[in-house]
Every structure is written in C-alpha cells, then in structure tokens.
Ligand binder design. Structure first.
Ligand code: CU
Length: 385
C-alpha cells in the first residue's frame, strides 16, 4: 500500500513540473523521452545526448538502406552465376571512414568529459546536502541548518549544490538518481561520494534509486523541490525543521535554530528539560551532526591531542583541515576529504602527516560506530572558515 501511495504522489506532482516547460523544449523531450531539464548538468548533457541519438538514427537508416539496396543490386540473377570479387583499394575511402568518425568520437569524449568534470569537482559557495541511503529510503541532511534526516530533498534555484552520498553502515549499494537533473551517484556504505550541480528550474521532480537493492528497490522513492529563491528555500528548510517541535514556544525554537556548538546545545537542553523531558529527548535526536560530533570528539578523547583553534598539539589541528592538501612522512600527498579523514581515524598509521610521529594516535577501527564517525567528520568540516 505504501508503495502505491508513493508512486501516486510522484505521478501527481509530475504535471505541475511539466507545465513550466516551453514548446520547442517539450517537443524535443517528447521525441527523445528526456524528462524536464532542471539543472546545469541537464543543459550541458542533453545536446550531446540528442547528438548521439541523431547519429545513431542517421547510421541506422544509412546502413539499412545500403544493405537492402546492395542485396537487391548484387543478387544472383541466374542459377549457377558465380560471385566475382570486385575488391579494390581506395585511399580516399579509407580516409573518409577513418577521420570523420575519429572527429565525431573525440567531440563526444570532450563534451562528455566536460560535464563529468563539473559534476565531480567542488565549486565555490555551495549549499551542502548529506544523503544517507538505506534499505529502502533516502534521508537528506542540511549541514548548517536545523534540518536533519528529512525524507525529501529541498534546494534553491541558481545556487550550486554539493551533494555527498553514502549508504548506511552494513547496508547495500544504492544509487541516487535525479533524472530531471541528469545526475546519478552511487551510495556505497561508509564511502563519501560527491556530486555537484546547479538547479536551474523550480518545481518538484522525482528521485529514484538506480541500483537494484532488494525487495523494495522500486519503491525507494523521494522527491526534490526546487525553490525560486534562496530565501524561500531557507524558509522551507526552517518550516520542515519546525515540524517535530510544533508545540515548542517560538523564542525557544529560534534558540534551537541558532545552536552552533556543544555549549549552546547544553544550555538549550537544560532549558527545555525544565519544561518537558520529551523535548529534551527530541533535541537529542535532532541535534546537528556537527554539534554531536563536537561532543563525541571530546568524549572519545580526540581533543586531548587535536585542537579546533589552529594550535598545533600532539596531533594536527582540525581548524581548516577539511579539503586541505596533506603531505605525509613518505612524501605522498592527499586532499583531506571525508574518505581520507575517516581512514585517518580508523587506521591513523596508514598515512602519517609529515612532522608528526607515527603510532601516537590510537587506532579507532571497530571502536567508534560509523554514525559517530560521520558526526565527527561533520564537526571537522564545520571548523572550516
Ligand atoms: Cu536502493
């Protein structure tokens, strides 16, 4: 029942999005079967897609016509007629069927690679969304806001977004697929996969899982809503964050929205606990991962060797560490993205940061649940200016 309901909801939202499309665009979409063009990725890749389809149709027709024509022209005309070879060499022909195809595939390669590179590389001033896939649903968290683990994707138009996708610990591989944006990214357990694009059209579009993941794969649906302005988006995010705190007085909710570190969270917790322990519990569950990460980093003892303020300690500081290029004792380098940071926590001796001693940091493999590692990574990320 749930599944059918989900499909119906998606079907109902589809016409609203189509209504905003213009004529020529929608004719092309009808011919090619492409959905709405709602991101820069879609705008960049659709012409290439149409070009390749056109090329395929052209050669399909050319080959079939020639085949039929030759079959008729060179058919055996009388019984016992012998086939005589007419093979000869033509340099012009050789060049004609080598060079133009080379040019065509190089065009396909370079245009395709350009799209791939923009999709895989960070752009400045992005809005970040953390996506967690599990059997069988999606949850979207919005770092820097109070909205966590929301079942739908909310985005503003015209602002670059950075979507980081992963699967729940001990889950299977899923794949985040948003046809209207022409983007797809695998969600692998505990691996952080990044995806970049800019929504270019407001509306509501379906989100699918594109990796067969078991019984309810086909109902692993969600949707993305693109708002016209960043202010509208921020309002929608706030409204969604307000839902679990419906009865909380406005001024306390404003305080909840403003929480940026563990100390502020503790003050808030004390205040709501005095009114109702239910809110305290909720706050504990809905807390921003970066704030939870700060508390975990303290309770796991990380802050005995690391600092958040830029000071060198037994270990390197976490201030501005995220996405910084690191040099290791063996001279190799790596960018401190989530996958590197996670590995540095689980197996710190694999890559030892230059000028620091190997073997000082304890191995946390098997000692910290993946959920907590994700929160600590959020905290480290939040320390970037
Ligand atoms: Cu899935």
């Amino acid at each position: 029942m749930n599944a059918i309901h989900g499909l119906l909801t998606l079907a109902n939202t589809a016409p609203a999005a189509t209504a905003s499309a213009d004529g020529a665009d929608s004719l092309l979409r009808t011919l090619t079967g492409l959905p709405e063009q709602a991101s820069d990725q879609a705008e960049a890749s659709d012409p290439l897609f149409v070009f390749i389809i056109g090329l395929s149709v052209f050669f399909f027709v050319l080959i079939i016509v020639l085949m039929v024509w030759f079959a008729l022209k060179y058919r055996r005309r009388e019984p016992g007629q012998e086939a005589i070879s007419q093979a000869s060499h033509s340099n012009l022909l050789e060049i004609a069927w080598s060079l133009p195809p080379l040019v065509i595939v190089m065009i396909i390669f370079f245009v395709g690679m350009k799209g791939f590179v923009t999709m895989a590389n960070p752009s400045a001033n992005t809005i970040r969304v953390d996506v967690l896939a599990k059997k069988w649903n999606w949850s979207f968290s919005y770092p820097g806001t109070a909205l966590q683990n929301h079942p739908e994707l909310l985005l503003p138009k015209g602002v670059p977004v950075e979507v980081v996708v992963r699967s729940e610990d001990k889950d299977v591989i899923h794949s985040l697929f948003i046809p209207a944006f022409r983007v797809k990214k695998d969600a692998v357990p505990n691996k952080y996969n990044e995806l970049y694009f800019t929504p270019t059209r407001s509306g509501t579009y379906p989100v699918f899982c594109a990796e067969y993941c078991g019984t309810s794969h086909s109902t692993m649906l969600s949707r993305v809503t693109v708002y016209d302005t960043k202010a509208q988006w921020a309002k929608a995010v706030e409204d969604a964050a307000r839902l679990p705190f419906k009865e909380l007085p406005d001024e306390l909710f404003a305080e909840w929205l403003a929480i940026g570190n563990a100390e502020q969270f503790e003050q808030f917790r004390e205040k709501v606990a005095a009114i109702d322990t239910e809110w305290e519990e909720k706050a504990g569950k809905m807390i921003q991962p970066s704030v939870r990460g700060e508390m975990l980093a303290t309770s796991h003892g990380c802050m005995q060797c690391h600092t958040a303020d830029g000071e060198r300690s037994t270990g390197p500081t976490w201030k501005n560490l995220y996405r910084l290029e690191r040099t290791f004792t063996d001279g190799t380098k790596a960018v401190a993205d989530e996958n590197y940071l996670r590995e540095s926590i689980l197996q710190p001796n694999r890559k030892v940061v230059a000028t620091y001693a190997s073997g000082q940091m304890p191995q946390f493999q098997g000692k910290i649940p993946e959920r907590e590692i994700a929160a600590i990574l959020s905290y480290i990320r939040s320390l970037k200016d």
